[in-house]
Design a protein. Structure first.
Length: 166
């Protein structure tokens, strides 16, 4: 089983979620650029179509609907991936502590009371190690990655929707 540090630093997104994230960011960026720069098509020469201002507003609304779709899809997949990532971390921490406790208990402890005391000692020691690793940057990196992977696309998609539907 992977260590807690391995779980914290591994890619939390599945391939499907990563594709949805990429598409959400791309469509959101396109929508933001269209609104902020006014780059909405006025005509498609190849088809001989001219767009009135009302049609241009409809194009922005259509882009907003596409952004909303990818936003909902990303949130759905990302929530599942985030929960799986956190669950894997919790299981890894638990497994690591159990294995460490077993190793140390089997080597030196025979009575039931001694085993209980040893498990508590290992728990305290392992928790302390996790705090030291966290202070050294592991938790901040993990937190930044989670914000970058999960929160940024949601914020960008939300901004695109707000701007497109104004």
């Amino acid at each position: 089983m992977a260590t807690p540090s391995d779980i914290r630093l591994k890619d939390p997104l599945s391939d499907v979620t990563r594709k949805e994230r990429r598409t959400l960011l791309g469509v959101s960026a396109l929508g933001i650029v269209m609104v902020k720069t006014g780059l909405v098509p006025t005509k498609i020469s190849a088809l001989g179509i001219d767009f009135s201002p009302t049609d241009q507003k409809t194009i922005l609304q259509a882009v907003a609907v596409v952004v909303i779709y990818f936003l909902v899809a990303f949130i759905t997949y990302a929530a599942s991936d985030f929960l799986a990532w956190r669950h894997a971390l919790a299981l890894s921490v638990r497994e690591s502590m159990i294995n460490k406790a077993k190793e140390e208990a089997e080597a030196s402890i025979r009575s039931c009371r001694e085993i209980t005391d040893k498990v508590e000692e290992v728990f305290q020691r392992e928790f302390g190690r996790e705090m030291i690793l966290s202070r050294m940057g592991m938790r901040p990196v993990s937190t930044f990655r989670a914000l970058f992977e999960f929160a940024l696309p949601i914020l960008v998609g939300g901004l695109a929707v707000v701007l497109l539907l104004r």
